[in-house]
Structure formats: structure tokens, C-alpha cells
Design a protein around this ligand. Sequence first.
Ligand SMILES: CCc1cc(N2CCCCCC2)n2ncc(-c3ccc(F)cc3)c2n1
Length: 254
Amino acid sequence: MFEKMKRWKNKEEGHEKETILQGPIPAHVAIIMDGNGRWAKKRALPRMAGHYEGMQTVRKITRFANELGVKVLTLYAFSTENWKRPKTEVDYLMQLPEQFLNTFLPELIEENVQVRVMGHKEQLPSHTLRAVNKAIEETKQNTGLILNFALNYGSRAEIVHAVQKLVDDVQNGAIQTSDVNEQLFHSYLMTNDLPDPDLLIRTSGEIRLSNFMLWQLAYTEFWFTDILWPDFTEQHFLQAVHEFQQRSRRFGGV
Ligand SMILES: CCc1cc(N2CCCCCC2)n2ncc(-c3ccc(F)cc3)c2n1
């Protein structure tokens, strides 16, 4: 009876962190942080207010994932397609890394978090690049959670760039065509020293990958939620990890 009541409580009120910690914790969690504009629109606020609130959720979920023992947290912060947004919005977005790091870098260092950025950094505004490079440099010795921001990132561009480098290496004799396999190809990707994501979370009800980590997500468990990113909480994160723990993962086997 007690166990039934406890299961009912977990189902009704969410999952206890202690219960989740008894099961496998996904080593690499990737999140497509969607719904910031819609969150603002629902409140008759400018879109930038949704991005600002979404940034607060980044801090909250980073702390919590680190507490849970997640090893890598990859956050899709800006896609190569986002440049098409209005200039005022892009300009606002491009100052968020500085705003986030100016506020939270001391806390990230305190919590032993290592900041990384994957994407085509060379196209970022110099002020943005300066801020992220400073954070990368100041946290590169940290051994806790790897906080990996996908910034000006597009998976198809990543794959094409990997093929170009691989073809160059075959042509200059660094490798043979017969050497090429999935493991070697992975070494040419931006995530070459990271494990593939075990769990992908996408918020705001969109059910698509949006050109995100197309190679790396081949065996990843997907968890989609209607929750808008600014409203995403530790409890939602626990729910996603709980569902991850419930799924038998077969990697294509039986
Ligand atoms: C450049 C676009 C962008 C957008 C953004 N949003 C807006 C869209 C998604 C929701 C989260 C808030 N955040 N939040 C943190 C960063 C960030 C990036 C790199 C870094 F080293 C430190 C922080 C961020 N970057």
C-alpha cells in the first residue's frame, strides 16, 4: 500500500531527486531550448524578455544537471538559421553570452563547470567571441560538468566541414580511404572528444531536430515537452531523466 501511495505521489507531484539518483544518469544531455518568444508573447512582453528569462533557466538547469552528476550538457543557443531573425533580436541575442558570463562565470568556476562552445565562432561579433573565449580559457582546467553551448551551429555544415577535412587528409596522404569508418569520421566532428548525447530534450512542443547534432543523435533517447523553455524547471528535468531511465535502450539490438 505504501509503495503504491509513493508511486502515486511521484506521478502526481513529480519525481524525487533521490529516487532518480538510484537509476542511471544520462552522461550527456542535449537541449533544444525552444519557446522563449512564445513565452514573452503570452505575457505581451518583447521577445527579448523571453530570451532573458530563458537565460535564467540556463543557469538553473546547469546547476541542477551538475548536481545530478550529468557529465556533459549541450545547449542549442543559436543556430546558423537564426541570423535571419530581425537585426534587433540578433544583436540582443549576441550580447547574452556576455550578460550570462558576467553574471554567472564566478559561480560556474566555483562549481567546477567547464564552458565550451561549438559552432562557427569566427562569424560571431568580436564582443561575443571575446566573452566566450575568456570563459573557455578560465574554465578549461575544471573537471566537473562540461557546459557546451552550440553557438552559430548547424549540423549539416558541421558534417560537410568534416567531409572536407577528411578528403583533404586522404588527398595529402595523412589517411587512406580504407581507414574511413564511423569512429574516424566522428573524430572530424566538433564533438570529437565528447560522448554522443544519451538524452535529447526539446521544449515548446516542436517535434523536429532543426539541424541539431544529426550524426551524434543516432542512438539518443528523445523527450519532447510542451513546456516553454523559460518555464522549464528542475522537476521537468527530473521527469525527462525518469523517462530516460524507464526506456530499455537497445542501440539497434534486440
Ligand atoms: C548567442 C545566443 C545565446 C542565446 C541565449 N539565450 C536565448 C535563446 C535560448 C534560451 C537561452 C537564452 N543564451 N543563453 C546563454 C547563452 C550563452 C552562450 C554562450 C556562452 F558561452 C554563455 C552563455 C546564450 N547565448
